[in-house]
Design a binder for this molecule. Sequence first.
Ligand code: S3P
Length: 433
Amino acid sequence: MKFVVQPGGQLTGEHRVPGDKSMSHRAVMLGSLAEGTTEVTGFLEGEDALRTIAAFRQMGVAIDGPEAGSLTITGVGLHGLAAPQQALDLGNAGTGMRLFAGILAGQTFNSELIGDASLMQRPMGRVINPLSKMGARIESLSEGRPPLVISGGQDLQGIHYDLPIASAQVKSCVLLAGLYAKGRTSITEPAPTRDHTERMLGGFGYDVDSTNGVIGLDGGGRLVGTSIDIPADVSSAAFLLVGASIAPGSDVLLKHVGMNPTRVGVLNILTLMGADISVLNPREIGGEPVADLQVRYAPLHGIDIPEDEVPLAIDEFPALFIAAACASGTTILRGASELRVKESDRIAAMAEGLSTLGIKNEPTSDGIVIEGGQLGGGSVNTFHDHRIAMAFAVAGLRASAAIEVLDCDHVATSFPGFAELISSAGLKLDAHR
Ligand code: S3P
């Protein structure tokens, strides 16, 4: 599928983007490992999270739904999973593979994790290393590339692990393995990352403590089924936040958006660039902050992006680079080398597409420098990356000619219905099969 976006337009109306991807994965994982029933609403029916459901079904967990974002999971308890008969295929989901590695390292049975062409190239050494220190046995191809072949029946020991990179996936993997380990498992992180695992474990009745930057839990407890209402994904809302900020005349209300402080870097960075975003009706739902966001067009200016915002906005940089392209002056990003190992090398992919559209930019090893200017038209590659595709689609709002966005099938991994929703908001987008 490709998108063809005609230039111009504005975004208006009231919209609710699909459920949070990080929380959707975790709700299925913890619900499956809990004792009793877990009811989930607001679940993201995107391909990544559906793979997580399929993997637990392969291990004998009964999951009804999803239907209109609702799921009922009959948990089997931490020790109730059955050995899968085949490799677990997690599709495009790095979160899926890294969190499953932690869970499966603690099982009595062997398992194998595989994924699509992109996931099979992504680095897994970052989870194999701490899990091995805990006593897990995991084989991979060279440089920690999948498939991951996990030998069951190992006695895991709790460890303290200083995360070498700011990664919520690695943190979560170690904590999930810690549920199965003897004694205490703890981590420190070089910078705060999304804390949905810690919050959700608490919601399932499992004590996780966090003092002086050390996050820890004791193995050997139990999870108790619960109800979880998943808010709209701020990472998906980001495309509308940027689109409305760059397109004169825009005024959009985004409903029920997750506002976890470890996820709102996109709001902080856009606000520093001059965006007009109001946080309305802030509330807390199931241990997670939620709000409605009103965003209106405002002229943006380039900034030096504060490095401490990087982990808090890590998935939103493709969209933010479009904001930078439409801003006056220069935007500088540093300290974001992780962008090179996402679903694609997002620095290289965005640099190439921005150049195609006539925006001057200079990629660096850990960031990019973007000169604001006039976006032109052209045909851009997405490298099969959902967020690159959606970023270049919203660029059409400020382009001088049509933009053709190639290979957009993966948009469904995180934002099913993107083309319909953003067209109803005012983007002149046609999806072509
Ligand atoms: C995620 C963590 C982040 C993020 C990913 C989702 C999670 O990855 O990019 O989309 O759900 O834990 P890293 O942990 O690699 O930074």
